[in-house]
Design a protein around this ligand. Structure first.
Ligand code: ADP
Ligand code: MG
Length: 404
């Protein structure tokens, strides 16, 4: 059933009016009234207009609009949604202030006609008619964000990311069907990401959309882009199409991490092996940073460079060294102590060289817990997740720092 809905557009800009008229044309049972002006100029009649329509769309002009939105929301109550179209680059703090003041959505303008139609359709639909995916009733979780950072290609960081995420779900019960935690795994290795293939999932275009439209992601956007895996994990895959890494701003990545943190108990992010500005957004906000390396001299040098790069962002790095492709030795060899000395940290965890089982899982597009549960690699990742589940991140960081 489609119900009749109406939109009021307040704009003084012809391009914006044309775009909204055109977008409304493509949505069934949606009517449009246009009011020439700005939110400030129609101030006296804004409350009535909002009460008479399902959605008010207006052109965002400046910070004064934050106060106007707040007073409008106060007087009109919860009925009628508010959408701002902004042709300026708006800062994350202004976007937050607007949302806090009662705005339902901010979209960049110009915007593709399809996207605008989709958003007008969604926002003009009364909440009670929306599928559960749009409802905001889920509590915020304030989860733990774990960045996985490879020192060199092929070190096994993506393998660690997905299988650690899987273990952090904390399965229990006879068929291990109950999970204690909601966990997301995010592939921010946007150009060479392998997580979708490794889990036999079709990639979603969320990250691509973020880059193309400059979307500042929120919980609703996130829910539209996450792909569910049969293991219970939610996955944000790398895009199918090529996306330049510079296409993302720190603001977008910060918002992405914030939204993920609200939605999940644990968020595991597979990072690219490049030093790009927006990595700083992850470094400064994550709870743990797991650096995956081997103990060969070039890798340790590279690890050292990465730590220096990250330290410019955050003084007290919550960084833990994970040595991959090596079993923990009974007695540390000279090069292990040397590595710890250079990196200024103890080696936190070891992942054994287990190519047979790693390959078996990869070939089948399965998690290690399914393809090779008893393998040495699976056990080692389970042990690491056990440590993470058991202790607070700041305790781990304190343990690692300056102990060499
Ligand atoms: N501990 C391991 N021992 C042996 N091979 C591994 C291990 N971890 C991963 N691999 C294999 O190494 C290759 C690269 O792994 P991947 O996790 O994609 O590394 P990265 O993301 O660091 O490039 C894959 O073929 C994978 O199956
Ligand atoms: Mg990888």
């Amino acid at each position: 059933m489609t119900i009749a809905r109406s939109i009021i557009l307040v704009a003084d800009d012809d391009a914006m009016k044309d775009a909204v008229v055109n977008a409304v044309d493509h949505v069934e049972s949606l009517s449009l009234e246009v009011r020439e002006g700005t939110l400030a100029s129609i101030n006296g009649s804004a409350v009535n207009l909002l009460n008479e329509h399902d959605l008010m769309v207006f052109r965002l002009l400046d910070r004064n609009d934050i106060d106007l939105v707040r007073s409008l929301r106060k007087q009109a109550g919860p009925s009628g949604k508010l959408l701002a179209l902004s042709d300026e680059n708006i800062s994350l703090s202004d976007a937050r202030a607007l949302k806090k003041s009662g705005l339902d959505e901010i979209l960049p303008f110009p915007i593709s006609s399809d996207e605008l139609s989709e958003q007008l359709d969604r926002l003009s639909t009364p909440s009670s008619m929306l599928p559960a995916i749009y409802t905001k009733s889920d509590p915020e979780r304030n989860g733990q964000v774990i960045g996985i950072c490879p020192v060199r290609g092929g070190a096994g960081s993506s393998t660690l990311a997905v299988n650690l995420a899987d273990q952090l779900q904390g399965r229990s019960g006879i068929f291990r069907k109950h999970t204690r935690n909601r966990v997301a795994v995010v592939d921010l290795d946007m150009q060479f990401g392998t997580i979708a293939t490794g889990l036999d999932l079709a990639p979603s275009n969320g990250i691509y959309k973020m880059a193309r439209d400059g979307v500042i992601p929120d919980r609703t956007f996130l829910r539209q882009c996450l792909v569910s895996h049969s293991s219970g994990l939610d996955v944000l895959t790398a895009p199918d199409e090529f996306v330049p890494l510079e296409a993302f701003s720190r603001e977008q990545i910060t918002a992405l991490v914030d939204a993920l943190r609200q939605e999940f108990d644990y968020v595991v992010i597979d990072l690219p092996r490049v030093m790009i500005d927006w990595l700083g957004a992850i470094v400064s906000s994550c709870d743990r940073l797991l650096l995956v390396t081997d103990t060969a001299v070039p890798s340790i040098r590279q690890a050292h460079r990465l730590i220096q790069f990250f330290s410019q962002e955050r003084l007290e790095l919550p960084l833990e060294i994970i040595v991959s492709h090596e079993t923990k030795p009974l007695f540390p060899a000279g090069h292990h102590s040397e590595a710890e000395r250079v990196l200024g940290r103890k080696i936190r965890h070891w992942l054994p060289y287990d190519p047979r089982h790693a390959k078996m899982a990869l070939d089948r597009g399965q998690l290690l817990s399914k393809a090779a549960k008893g393998s040495a690699l699976s056990k080692a990742i389970r042990a690491l997740s056990g440590k993470i589940l058991a202790e607070k991140p700041d305790v781990a960081a304190a343990k690692n720092r300056n102990t060499v």
